[in-house]
Design a binder for this molecule. Structure first.
Ligand code: ATP
Length: 412
């Protein structure tokens, strides 16, 4: 991910410091009372995925992907997976002295792909979040080398970040269960709007040099995508006309429908994502006329009943009421508001509060007051108001704060 981290200043709940993961400068944020907010400095930084932040261990794989479909199908339809494919490493020869990180539940252990059956080769860096590196990688079976597939692997930046990988994986398992038992029954063969997870896989320093030499940590295997929505907006806004949404009218409504699908699933699960933003939406099928969007990053997601404090969120995509009241728990309406900001970004071509993120204190004031529409430039307004339905939908979500039910009749 090129947009947010590692330039993203993160306010850790535990330390309450305002830390920039790239520069070493840090400013106390405790006085801001926003301990769990990440400031998206997307518009300040112009990091490219082509520029790794360290000496990358990557070595492009020479594997062919003829059988990638076979392997991804096996991993996707777990009940059919052979038993020996699964297993937390015991004492693999290369990591004899390392104790694998102990996962917190049996369901997570059952999701681990055995390193005696599979091997993984890391390719290029796809993105970096505040808690993880995401690499393109190749998974192959050790015995039959032509059984190989490409995927994205989310690697924790440190051992203390594994609990977030565990939390995210548990949420992905919940979504997978929903997909298999409810989604197909309710929506037929409509694409599921969340990223597919294939399993967990343990890596050590010999495979990923950024890990400590004493660590053997579980990493999350996900379906990889061509690009994310942030980059998609930047590319498309050069091609679309000045009075239509930056990503084009058809794509904008496609994104709107996708977000309504996401919100309906979350409502069915009585859960919230809590970090819906442009960086967290992947875009697939770019060669086909309609792109397919997939939501990622479930590190802050949970069932509403299980949330007791505000999780880590991205300031520019946070609903004002969560900043005004630190005790307020995120709910469906706060995810809907964040979705409205994603739609605004896709319409105007600029991230919310673009140009106002140089001063986090000022930014917090603006977000608290929900000033996002008042800060739009003439060009941005033209793109937002060029189509009356786009304008109406944005107004309903961001100003009138309508409910999901009120929007559903507009779903096509
Ligand atoms: N499945 C994937 N395919 C392609 N790229 C991906 C995939 N998953 C993540 N990425 C890229 O990596 C970036 C970081 O991923 P992610 O947001 O899941 O990490 P994180 O550490 O939880 O980040 P955050 O700081 O937002 O919490 C994404 O913005 C995206 O660009």
């Amino acid at each position: 991910m090129s947009q947010t981290p590692p330039y993203t200043p993160v306010c850790e709940v535990s330390s309450a410091t305002f830390e920039d993961t790239k520069s070493s400068s840090s400013t106390s944020m405790s006085c801001l009372g926003t301990d769990s907010i990440t400031v998206d400095t997307t518009n300040v930084s112009t990091t490219g995925t082509t520029e790794p932040y360290y000496n990358s261990p990557t070595s492009p794989s020479s594997q062919k992907f003829d059988s990638s479909q076979v392997l991804s199908n096996i991993l996707d339809t777990r009940p059919q997976i052979p038993k020996h494919y699964i297993g937390v490493p015991k004492t693999p020869s290369s990591t004899k002295s390392l104790t694998p990180y102990k996962l917190k539940s049996k369901s997570l252990e059952d999701f681990v792909l055995s390193s005696t059956v599979f091997e993984i080769k890391l390719d290029s860096l796809l993105g970096k979040g505040s808690n993880s590196y995401v690499h393109l990688a190749t998974l192959s079976t050790r015995e039959t080398k032509n059984m190989a597939m490409q995927f994205a692997i989310k690697i924790p930046t440190a051992k203390n970040k594994v609990k977030l990988i565990e939390k995210e994986t548990e949420f992905l398992l919940l979504l997978r269960d929903y997909r298999d038992n409810t989604w197909y029954r309710k929506y037929g063969d409509k694409p599921f709007p969340f990223v597919d997870a294939y399993g967990l896989y343990y890596l050590d320093k010999t495979q990923f040099p950024m890990l400590k030499k004493t660590d053997l940590l579980p990493c999350l295997l996900l379906k990889n995508s061509d690009t994310d929505l942030f980059r998609f907006i930047n590319e498309r806004r050069e091609l679309t006309n000045a009075y239509e949404p930056a990503i084009g009218l058809k794509n904008w409504f496609c994104l709107f429908n996708f977000l309504l699908d996401v919100l309906q699933v979350l409502r069915d699960l009585e859960a919230v994502h809590c970090d819906i933003k442009t960086d967290n939406i992947l875009v697939e099928n770019l060669s086909i006329s309609e792109p397919a969007f997939k939501l990622i990053d479930f590190t802050s997601s949970a069932k509403i009943v299980d949330i007791h404090e505000q999780p880590e969120m991205t300031l520019q995509f946070t609903a004002p009421e969560l900043l005004k009241d630190q005790n307020k728990i995120p709910d469906f309406s706060t995810d809907l508001y964040s979705s409205g900001l994603v739609l605004l970004h896709a319409a105007t071509g600029s991230a919310p509060y673009h140009g106002y993120d140089y001063d986090p204190y000022y930014l917090i004031t603006l977000v608290k007051e929900g000033k996002v529409l008042e800060l739009l430039t003439r060009e941005e307004l033209n793109r937002m108001t060029g189509n009356s339905q786009v304008q109406e939908i944005l107004n309903l979500i961001l100003v009138k704060r309508c409910t999901l039910e009120e929007l559903l009749p507009l779903h096509s």
